[in-house]
Design a protein around this ligand. Structure first.
Ligand code: ZN
Length: 321
């Protein structure tokens, strides 16, 4: 039996078959079979809408349409697999994940731009079952600024509205996700967050110099705040400029992140179905490959248990109502 796993991010909602059957789309990295083989008991599914790619004059309508399309996919998937999948809506739901083969699905929004610029929308999406929001994708939105090679953008933080959104999410019981944000937004969130937050799918910038990854100072701060960072297995985030993601590269990332942030910060955040290239971990069924490599590299059983389950579970539990 594979170790019980919690994966903080995948983009598979873009690839759901008409029937809702997760095993039907051969091109998807995440299948129900894969989740079961890999021991995944809780999988976050992102409703991914890159709001900044739509021209301003139709942004709101296009955003709502795209969110709605993937939300329908989520509903179809949950209905088709109603005997196995169930939604994670409360902290108590987390305990049911993995019991009797049930897999908890936590719905997330990737690009908080979906929330538009009205605070009441946070509750609107909460009521739809969304329990985690990735504050930005790779464009600015009403909440704040994205990671960027431009230092002027990288240092910009949360807007006043963004600060209200973070407080409202914490009040309702939603997880604040700082993957994709600017360094400025990260530090602003760290300054105002009252609960632990996380980076669902980000790695260490010292190992791989992509602006999507986190500096050692950020990793230390995240650890101090009780947060976690999910290992993103996308080639460009593991090894700079690479089109191949290897288990070796992942081990290098994890050993560095552990050295800087300690083992309580480690988690999984695959980014399956949102990444491309040659992947040694090609789906959830391959998590045991990484587990073995990390064990060989010196991670203790206790540390692997933390990385696979306990750490991310701790943050979700603290954030959800
Ligand atoms: Zn992403």
């Amino acid at each position: 039996m594979a170790r019980k796993a919690l994966d903080l991010h995948c983009d598979t909602l873009m690839k759901i078959a008409k029937s809702g059957d997760l095993n039907e789309n051969q091109s998807a990295m995440v299948t129900l079979k894969g989740l079961q083989e890999g021991g995944v008991a809780l999988q976050c599914f992102a409703d991914f809408v890159p709001t900044g790619m739509f021209p301003k004059f139709c942004r709101k309508a296009a955003t709502n349409a795209m969110f709605g399309k993937f939300y329908k996919n989520y509903q179809k998937m949950m209905a088709f697999h109603a005997d196995t999948l169930f939604p994670i809506l409360t902290a108590a739901d987390i305990d049911k994940a993995g019991v009797d083969g049930k897999i908890g699905i936590l719905l997330t929004i990737e690009d908080g731009g979906v929330l538009g610029d009205k605070l009441e929308n946070v509750k609107k999406y909460y009521d739809k079952g969304v329990r985690l929001v990735t504050l930005t994708w790779n464009h600015p939105n009403a909440i704040g600024y994205p990671n960027s090679k431009d230092p002027a953008i990288m240092e910009k933080g949360l807007t006043d509205f963004g600060k209200e959104v973070v407080a409202e999410m914490e009040r309702l019981g939603m997880v604040v996700d700082v993957s994709h944000v600017s360094d400025g937004v990260f530090w602003d969130v760290a300054a105002i967050a009252k609960k632990p937050f996380l980076a669902s799918h980000s790695n260490a910038r010292a190992v791989c110099g992509h602006t999507r990854n986190m500096t050692d100072d950020m990793i230390r701060k995240l650890a101090e705040k009780g947060g976690v960072m999910g290992l993103n297995i996308g080639p460009e985030f593991i090894t700079f400029g690479s089109e191949e993601s290897t288990v070796d590269g992942m081990v290098k990332q994890i050993l560095h992140i552990r050295e800087v942030g300690g083992s309580d910060i480690l988690a999984l955040g695959s980014d399956f179905d949102g990444i491309h290239g040659k992947l040694e971990v090609a789906g959830p069924q391959d998590w045991p490959k990484l587990e073995k490599a990390l064990s060989d590299a010196g991670l203790s059983d206790d540390e692997l248990e933390k990385m696979w389950w306990t750490n991310a579970q701790r943050v979700l539990r603290a954030a959800l109502a």
